[in-house]
Write a protein that binds this ligand. Structure first.
Ligand SMILES: [Zn+2]
Length: 206
């Protein structure tokens, strides 16, 4: 079921005309999907470096829909057809999940994610799992010296959660744009634990 999740708008996201306006004139009005490319280019380079230094390979690959990004404990794979802003988020997001799957200190938590049958309980477990991954992404962003995109990242995390939660609740893919939120509470960075890289079953963004 997870494989059927696709964020349908990922591939068609383009930078709107707003992209031509200097970033400082837009503070407070920007939303997920509308971030200026120049800030994101800086983020991308630094986060790539940080992810590789944490021992993961980053790969571009043509993934079969509905996949936009995958990870397997050793590498993080992104489909280059995904819009650039989404690629930036996916890299941070999949890094966070990769940590969860190869950190010995976190291993005990994965059983709940895989074996919780009760739906309400599962959604709580899933939310905690997503937030924990988000914290590792925030931590990495700070470690590589990016400190001006906390709000962007936090809004993206909240938007992504609304999308995932909506999918589980309705069994249908929500409209990504209807999930976009801004001004969300900032994600709390979480120290990255010791990693022992090993291959795990290929997984998607959640
Ligand atoms: Zn996720």
């Amino acid at each position: 079921m997870m494989a059927s999740l696709r964020r349908p708008d990922y591939r068609v996201l383009t930078f709107p005309p707003m992209d031509n306006v200097p970033g400082h004139e837009l503070h407070g009005t920007r939303q997920v999907g509308q971030w200026p490319a120049d800030e994101l280019v800086g983020l991308w380079g630094r986060v790539c470096s940080g992810v590789v230094k944490q021992g993961f390979v980053i790969e571009y690959r043509d993934l079969d829909p509905p996949r936009t990004g995958i990870f397997d404990g050793l590498r993080i794979v992104i489909d280059p057809d995904v819009g650039f802003e989404m690629q930036c988020f996916l890299l941070l997001h999949l890094f966070g999940h990769s940590v969860q799957w190869v950190a010995p200190s976190l291993e005990h938590k994965l059983a709940d994610l895989q074996h919780t049958e009760d739906r309400n309980r599962f959604m709580q477990v899933l939310h905690a799992y997503e937030l924990e991954a988000a914290g590792f992404g925030m931590q990495l962003m700070h470690q590589v010296g990016v400190t001006t995109l906390d709000e962007w990242y936090s809004d993206f995390v909240a938007t992504d959660w609304r999308y995932v939660e909506g999918y589980y609740r309705t069994n249908q893919l929500p409209d990504w744009n209807s999930c976009v939120v801004c001004g969300c509470p900032l994600v709390t960075p979480a120290p990255i634990p010791e990693l022992r890289h090993h291959e795990v079953q290929v997984r998607f963004a959640f």
